[in-house]
Design a protein around this ligand. Structure first.
Ligand SMILES: [Zn+2]
Length: 584
């Protein structure tokens, strides 16, 4: 103890995880014990130097208060750090050492209430050894806890409170052991879902929609909508038909692809992994679903999977370029329905089953890809057609600079007129027709108008300044465009689309598609032709044009090859005419 020294500025760090409150000290008892020790040592603990991570795992080093403490150590906020034991810093030995080394580097004394005091190098080694034992002990505690649970499960006492959907977990009483009881409300939903899929032939999407409309939420109410995974898992779960559930079926693991990408995580193992079946411990539960319905559902799920795997293979030509007229992206989507591939509104796919602003129909991707490519290719290889488009574009641009000159003249005239107006009001004031308040109002109006006109003028000037109107002949322009086109590898259609297509807007009904093409004129600057107003996103001038593709009405164009008992399309074919892209 350092009672004979001047008081030191102290920091305190405390942590408990959420799951181990019973085996670890509670956070308050940690803090109390440290505080009385600090008092006994005659040191000072400022409020801002109390760092607490309550409910955070010690298996990871990223914790909000720990980070603040480490920052404080670097900036010299304190000279001594007190902790209950090394395990508070981290459960991982090497992590402990990282933090301790930082403290040593910043000349901060480390006081642990329940470890060996470490001043000399020998003591430090000893304390490190203790850190290793902390880790060992933790693993031992987890093991003991896990095996205790297994033992209970084998005795027929279920300890897992998370019952399967459709059941409730009933705690052991004096008369009855722990058991799974049917939860009537949930069980009815389970039966309904099985019937919808197995008897009505409703799709999983359809199930999600019905549940949403009925206001039936998943049990863990982070969302008010169900997703595909839990429903498919429910439909495949034999427990409902066999009346046997399993304890110890899965274990928590570190997520490989976490949905939640927050910087700090309270718990490390957020994903679950299925254990080998021999580790599962069976126990009896009431049955919910009969065998024949369950089998029907399995067959449908199998079929769906088969079609899905076939469908995924389609390579969407216009990926990343398609939008609907509401401005939402349209994405290639094609494993929910037969053998067809669609460009569908992303908003409608990802927000499903909620309604969105977008009510655009999907467009058959094979048909659109084929028609689109035919049209684009026809333009690119036809110099006359290209010249016609270039001419239109060329004239539009020159028209613009002409019209902007006219526009500026107009505005100048309007501003001149305002001067007359001012004079008129001044006269009215002088003659006593308006009082000073009215006069001020009128003048304010004039000022506002003037500001508006000047703003418009400014805008036009800015635009036409960036529009460089050096006269380059149309022929020169076309030559450059053709040169760029010839450089393209005609066999790599996707690359051409990536390079030349700006945007494709598929209209609501899906029958009309507008396409913007831009051809970068890489060497146009040599002809004195710079980037212009329309090329604002590009560093080189772009020759732009658009064309429309008319899409034939859906369904009529699909040759249906095979249907199942419920009338669902099992296979269909796009007529040869539209199959340009698909056949290659
Ligand atoms: Zn839309």
């Amino acid at each position: 103890m350092k009672t004979d020294k001047t008081p030191q500025i102290i920091a305190l760090y405390a942590r408990v995880s959420s799951s181990n409150q019973e085996v670890e000290q509670t956070i308050q008892s940690q803090i109390d014990e440290i505080k009385s020790r600090i008092e006994a040592d005659g040191n000072v603990l400022p409020k801002e130097n109390i760092f607490i991570d309550d409910g955070w795992t010690g298996e990871m080093l990223q914790r909000p208060s720990l980070d603040l403490m480490r920052d404080g150590a670097k900036t010299g906020m304190f000279k001594v750090l007190y902790v209950y034991d090394r395990g508070r810093l981290s459960r991982i030995f090497f992590h402990q050492e990282i933090v301790l080394e930082e403290l040593r580097d910043n000349d901060i004394e480390f006081i642990s209430l329940h470890d060996v005091k470490a001043v000399t190098p020998e003591e430090q080694v000893l304390q490190s050894m203790q850190g290793v034992f902390h880790q060992y002990e933790r693993i031992k505690i987890i093991e003991r806890f896990r095996r205790g649970k297994l033992f209970k499960a084998r005795q027929g006492i279920i300890i897992n409170g998370d019952a399967l959907y459709g059941y409730s977990y009933v705690k052991k009483t004096d008369k009855l052991p722990t058991l799974y009881q049917i939860n009537e409300k949930e069980a009815e939903i389970v039966r309904k879902i099985f019937r919808w899929v197995g008897i009505e032939g409703l799709s999983i999407r359809g199930v999600i929609m019905r549940l949403y409309r009925m206001g039936v939420y998943p049990r863990k109410r982070r969302k008010d909508t169900w997703s595909k995974g839990p429903i498919v898992r429910m439909l495949k779960n034999r427990s409902y038909v066999d009346g046997i559930a399993f304890y110890n079926k899965s274990e928590a693991v570190v997520s490989k692809n976490p949905i939640n990408k927050e910087k700090y995580k309270r718990v490390k193992r957020t994903s679950r992994r299925v254990r080998p079946t021999e580790d599962w411990i069976p126990f009896k539960i009431p049955k919910l679903i009969d065998e024949s319905l369950f089998d029907k559902v399995q067959k449908i799920l199998e079929d769906n999977k088969r079609y899905a795997s076939k469908n995924r293979k389609y390579d969407y030509l216009l990926t990343g370029k398609t939008y609907c007229e509401h401005g939402f992206r349209r994405v290639g989507d094609g494993y929910s329905k037969g053998l067809n591939h669609y460009y569908r509104s992303a908003a409608r796919i990802y927000e499903y089953p909620k309604e969105t602003k977008c009510d655009c129909m999907g467009v058959n991707a094979v048909v659109l890809d084929g028609l689109f490519w035919n049209k684009l290719y026809a333009i690119l290889i036809d110099p006359d057609l290209l010249k016609k488009l270039a001419e239109r574009w060329f004239n539009e641009r020159n028209d613009y600079s002409k019209s902007s000159e006219e526009g500026i003249d107009n505005l100048k005239k309007k501003i001149d007129n305002l001067k007359d107006e001012e004079v008129r009001y001044a006269r009215m004031y002088g003659e006593g027709i308006v009082d000073s308040g009215q006069f001020e109002e009128l003048m304010k109006g004039v000022k506002n108008k003037k500001r508006g006109y000047q703003g418009e003028m400014e805008e036009i000037r800015n635009k036409s300044n960036s529009s460089n109107t050096t006269k380059v002949s149309l022929d020169e322009l076309c030559q450059e465009a053709e040169r760029v086109i010839k450089l393209q590898d005609a066999t790599d259609r996707k690359q051409i689309v990536r390079d030349l297509v700006e945007k494709i807007i598929i209209k609501k009904g899906g029958d009309e598609v507008i396409t913007w093409i831009h051809i970068p004129l890489n060497q146009a600057h040599l002809m004195g032709y710079g980037a212009k107003r329309g090329d604002i996103h590009f560093s080189v001038p772009q020759f732009e044009f658009y064309f429309k593709v008319a899409i034939p009405k859906a369904n009529k164009e699909r040759l249906i090859m095979e249907r199942d008992m419920m009338g669902r399309i099992l296979s269909s074919k796009v007529p040869e005419v539209y199959n340009h892209y698909a056949e290659k």
